[in-house]
Ligand binder design. Structure first.
Ligand code: FDP
Length: 345
């Protein structure tokens, strides 16, 4: 019997398909501070749910899953059918794996206790971000944060397991359902992006070690709320215009953030009269993107302090958010702190 060592094909007849998310997670497992394989499995569970949500979103115009669900969530926002579907999909994926003990979701009033005695992780998730864009075929996303629970595994869930500052995240990421579907995540060792290959049903590494440009020429803000901004934000946006920067605002946080992360730019959702503490949620929107931003060399602040250092006190707490290229965020922050705060009109 003849035995030969494997020699990778050199003929160029078949090109390499690249590194799958699964393989990448496995290769990087030893980077995690607690390399037991559970966090790896949890990331795979999220990727599976993302594939299913991707399937649903791409069929949204064809099947009867577009439009309003007819109920209002805890935020007072009209739930879309896809919000509800995405929530169910992620809940199922996270509850079946056994790694998660509790979930905080934008679509759920309370913390969901999975009553899983072996679960070490808490997940905070916005299953479908930018849902007002679903029915018009514009990019939407999923945002997730993963924390290790503080109290012993198997004991009842406590407030301290849930109310953790963003600095405590062990991993965070987002899925962008856009012109292609991407999953971008960090475990605190840089940021990597994976593009979904529909025909193979796999995410492949497409954006290794993402580094955000330190400066940029794009600003993203809902200018319809301008009358309600504080002086510092007004001055900063005026300056962007003086410099002839481009305004780009999709109205889907994940999509706006992703573009600015790759191209250089700043996204702002400041406090307004309608949302005096900002609109975006700290636990399942701002924290995850802030960790990714910092890991890619960008910055995230509420205008006064680093997002990741805010101590949450309530589940659906909101925060102003300025996030993106470090030079731009620094400049905006310094204008906010030097200009006297005018009362919101
Ligand atoms: P949406 O309400 O459509 O879910 O998370 C909230 C969010 O979208 C972000 O994705 C988006 O950037 C922002 O709100 C848009 O808010 P405005 O419509 O007030 O600009």
């Amino acid at each position: 019997m003849k035995i030969l060592p494997y020699q990778p094909d050199q003929s160029g007849l078949a090109y390499s398909v690249g590194t799958t998310l699964d393989r990448f997670i496995k290769l990087k497992q030893s980077d995690f501070p607690f390399a037991s394989g559970e966090l790896s499995q949890l990331l795979r569970d999220i990727a599976l749910a993302a594939k299913i949500v991707n399937r649903e979103t791409t069929r949204a115009g064809l099947s009867n899953i577009g439009g309003a669900f007819g109920q209002v969530n805890v935020q007072g926002e009209d739930q879309q059918k896809l919000d509800v579907i995405a929530n169910i999909r992620f809940m199922r994926a996270l509850s079946k794996g056994g790694e998660v003990c509790a979930i905080v979701s934008e679509e759920e009033d309370a913390v969901i206790d999975l009553q899983n005695t072996s679960g070490k992780y808490v997940v905070a998730i916005d299953p479908l971000d930018g849902s007002s864009n679903i029915d018009v075929n514009i990019s939407i996303g999923t945002i997730f944060s993963i924390y290790r629970r503080k109290t012993p595994t198997g004991s009842p869930i406590q407030k301290e397991d849930i109310m953790q500052a963003g600095t405590e995240q062990v991993a965070a990421g987002y899925v962008l359902y856009g012109s292609s579907t991407m999953l971008v995540y960090t475990t605190g060792c840089g940021v990597n992006g994976f593009t979904y290959e529909q025909s193979l049903g796999e995410f492949f590494l497409s954006h290794p070690n993402i580094q955000a440009p330190t400066n940029g020429k794009i600003y993203s803000v809902n200018e319809g709320t301008q009358r309600e901004w504080e002086d510092g934000i007004l001055a900063y946006i005026d300056q962007c215009k003086d410099r002839r920067y481009s305004a780009r605002y999709i109205g889907s946080l994940v999509a706006d953030f992703h573009r600015n992360l790759l191209k250089g730019g700043i996204y702002l959702y400041p406090a307004t009269k309608k949302n005096p503490t900002g609109k975006l949620r700290l636990l399942y929107e701002a924290n995850a993107l802030a960790l990714i931003a910092e890991q890619a060399g960008a910055m995230a602040t509420d205008g006064i302090q680093r997002i990741l250092e805010i101590q949450p006190t309530t589940l659906h707490q909101r925060t102003p958010l300025l996030i993106g290229s470090s030079e731009m965020v620094k400049e905006a922050e310094s204008m906010i702190s030097t200009l006297i705060k005018a009362p919101l009109l």
